[in-house]
Design a protein around this ligand. Structure first.
Ligand code: IP8
Length: 262
């Protein structure tokens, strides 16, 4: 079974001031995924459909008075509606390419505690896989058991690691808009080099949130999630979804350029 994350930055125009789909990329990505040959779960990021709202309403920050509480309630409902719309667009596109995609809303069955998944029934996803569907989950805004914050942003990266562990995934692919992990930020430093293999002992010079449009920690957040997975014996591969052919190779079991986290 394969779990594949589609980065929000590949599906949407992430730095846009309002939710905007990257139509060309989405269409190509859906076409490439149609070559899948194994059980598959897709988790997509929120891109401009989630991070703009999440940042505006500061979901996950402490709530200190009734007015803030009302503002956060408005924020949670708007964020959920926005990412659900993105999921609908992605699922529809996958279906058009012949993939039996089924959108599953994470906030309807997942609750976090201090921003980590605490309540989650994976049975429904397993059942869909067994019936031949490709479940499509996504980064969402969820209820949190901690009464100080009440709500949290649940990144698709955390969903990936949770389900990879719970469903004992054979393969975890994380696709983003870069080729993998670099020695430095490749967008600002032309001398940055791609690292083939990252382990918990690899020294990385990543800041916690180098991507201003991303409230869930950018690449540093992803690596932390994947290193946790590696500790449980599940390797994952970071690849570039914007390089044509990469996702097709990944879902058809061929070798792809990227960084292996082990
Ligand atoms: O793009 C974030 O998910 P991610 C979810 O996978 C929201 O980090 C609602 C911003």
């Amino acid at each position: 079974m394969m779990i594949i994350k589609l980065g929000g930055s590949a599906l949407t125009i992430k730095d846009a001031t309002e939710p905007t789909i990257d139509e060309v990329n989405l269409d190509r990505i859906a076409e490439e995924l149609s070559y899948y040959s194994d059980d598959m779960v897709i988790v997509h990021g929120a891109g401009s459909y989630g991070h703009i709202h999440a940042k505006k309403y500061a979901i996950g920050d402490k709530i200190t008075n009734a007015q803030e509480n009302l503002y956060k309630i408005e924020g949670l409902s708007r964020t959920q509606a926005s990412v659900q719309l993105l999921n609908y667009i992605v699922v529809t596109k996958l279906q058009q390419r012949g993939i039996p995609a089924i959108g599953v809303k994470p906030s309807s069955f997942i609750i976090t505690e201090n921003k980590r998944i605490a309540v989650c029934d994976t049975g429904i996803i397993e059942r869909y896989i067994n019936e031949g569907f490709v479940p499509v989950l996504y980064g969402d805004a969820v209820l949190d058991l901690n009464d100080d914050i009440k709500f949290a942003i649940l990144s698709g990266d955390q969903i990936i690691t949770y389900f990879a562990n719970a469903l004992k995934a054979d393969k975890v692919i994380l696709s983003s808009d870069v080729d993998g992990i670099y020695t430095d930020n490749p967008k600002t430093n032309p001398d940055a080099k791609l690292i083939d293999i990252v382990t918990k002992d690899t020294q990385l010079s990543l800041t916690e949130n180098e991507d201003r449009a991303d409230v869930t920690g950018g690449m540093a957040g992803k690596i932390n999630e994947l290193l946790e997975l590696a500790e449980n014996g599940i390797e994952s591969l970071i690849i570039n979804a914007e390089t044509p052919g990469n996702l097709k190779k990944a879902v058809s079991g061929k070798e792809v350029k990227g960084t292996l986290i082990k």
